[in-house]
Ligand binder design. Structure first.
Ligand SMILES: [Zn+2]
Ligand SMILES: [Zn+2]
Length: 330
């Protein structure tokens, strides 16, 4: 059953309605396209129920245990159940995020080959679940140099695309903080990978606000925000931006340290997220929280509330400030 796509009714997998036959709940259509990474504990479809409980319009999941190379094969029954739950909850799109062991830039032969195999499994699972996007960190060159690391990623993407002919799921390269020897902390790295890959139309980018900030791209003021996205447009192209991870940062600008913080509670601050939420260019781009869970749903609910409030009012205005009281208690 590997890689077999189960037919869905109505909307396409990116969440855009396909005419009047859209089977997903129409009431969701007016909500901002925000959500959070959800646990798949107890089964993949549970993530959708958890997302519904929190009021997510979109969610992100790991398609398998994120700390293991292998996974038990996904059955068509499980995939069907997932799609049924998706239809019931109206949550769309659902993004996949690859496991943490995968490193397509690794100079170590074993890691490199296991990474390719594991990525192939992830793509098959994502395709069966009808996910439009699978978010992947480009990887770490482990001292072999950025150029070589980038080339290994390009070779791997060609290898993967060759083996997944006809798949609709797109791999999204995630921006990174540049911690250790990881690549992807410059927009140029992503552009090089995209340009070097034969079937580049099957690739997109996921921009993580915490990661780009830690990498040195400022977004804290209107001016800085605009400059960062002008840079992104020039180097990568805005049409490649298919997902956003909305995370504040515990660490300062250009620290190259990846530590996520609650929205408005870190070094980035509320203004950047107000600009992001009000930027109409991203209305149809899913914005996913990966902020600390701290053991329950409460933090996700609060962070989602902050994002919604920013969309309504301007920080500094009385209306907005009053509805944001309490967020300092995160
Ligand atoms: Zn990530
Ligand atoms: Zn992220």
């Amino acid at each position: 059953m590997a890689g077999q796509r189960i037919k869905r009714i109505g909307s396409d997998r990116t969440g855009k309605a396909s005419g009047t036959t859209n089977g997903l709940k129409q009431t969701m259509a007016n909500y901002p396209l925000i959500g959070a990474h959800m646990s798949i504990a107890g089964g993949l479809s549970n993530a959708l129920l958890r997302g519904q409980e929190l009021g997510c319009r979109t969610i992100q999941i790991f398609t398998k245990n994120n700390n293991q190379w292998k996974a038990k094969g996904l059955t068509s029954k499980e995939a069907r159940r997932f799609l049924d739950h998706q239809m019931e909850t109206g949550i769309s799109p659902v993004l996949g995020h690859t496991g943490y062991l995968i490193n397509l830039a690794s100079p170590e032969k074993d890691v490199y080959s296991m990474s390719r195999d594991s990525m192939l499994v992830e793509l098959k699972r994502a395709e069966m679940l009808g996910l439009p996007y699978l978010v992947m960190h480009p990887g770490s060159h482990v001292g072999s140099g950025e150029g070589q690391g980038i080339q290994r990623v390009i070779d791997s993407l060609d290898w993967l695309h060759d083996r997944t002919r006809g798949y609709e799921v797109k791999i999204l390269l995630e921006t990174t903080a540049g911690q250790g020897t990881s690549i992807g902390y410059r927009f140029e790295h992503l552009a090089q990978i995209i340009e070097g890959t034969e079937e580049s139309q099957r690739l997109g980018v996921c921009l993580d606000t915490c990661h780009i900030f830690a990498a040195g791209y400022d977004i804290r003021t209107r001016r800085a925000y605009d400059a960062t996205f002008v840079g992104f447009e020039k180097v990568v192209g805005l049409s490649r931006l298919m997902a956003i991870h909305a995370n504040d940062s515990m660490k300062p600008l250009a620290s190259h340290v990846d530590r996520h913080q609650h929205i408005g509670q870190g070094e980035i601050g509320l203004e950047a997220f107000r600009l992001l939420m009000k930027d109409e260019r991203w209305n149809h781009v899913p914005k996913i929280l990966e902020t600390p869970k701290e053991g329950g749903n409460e933090k996700d609910i609060q962070n989602l509330h902050v994002l919604r409030t920013l969309l309504k009012g301007r920080p500094g205005s009385r209306r907005c400030e009053s509805s944001l009281t309490g967020i300092r208690n995160f």
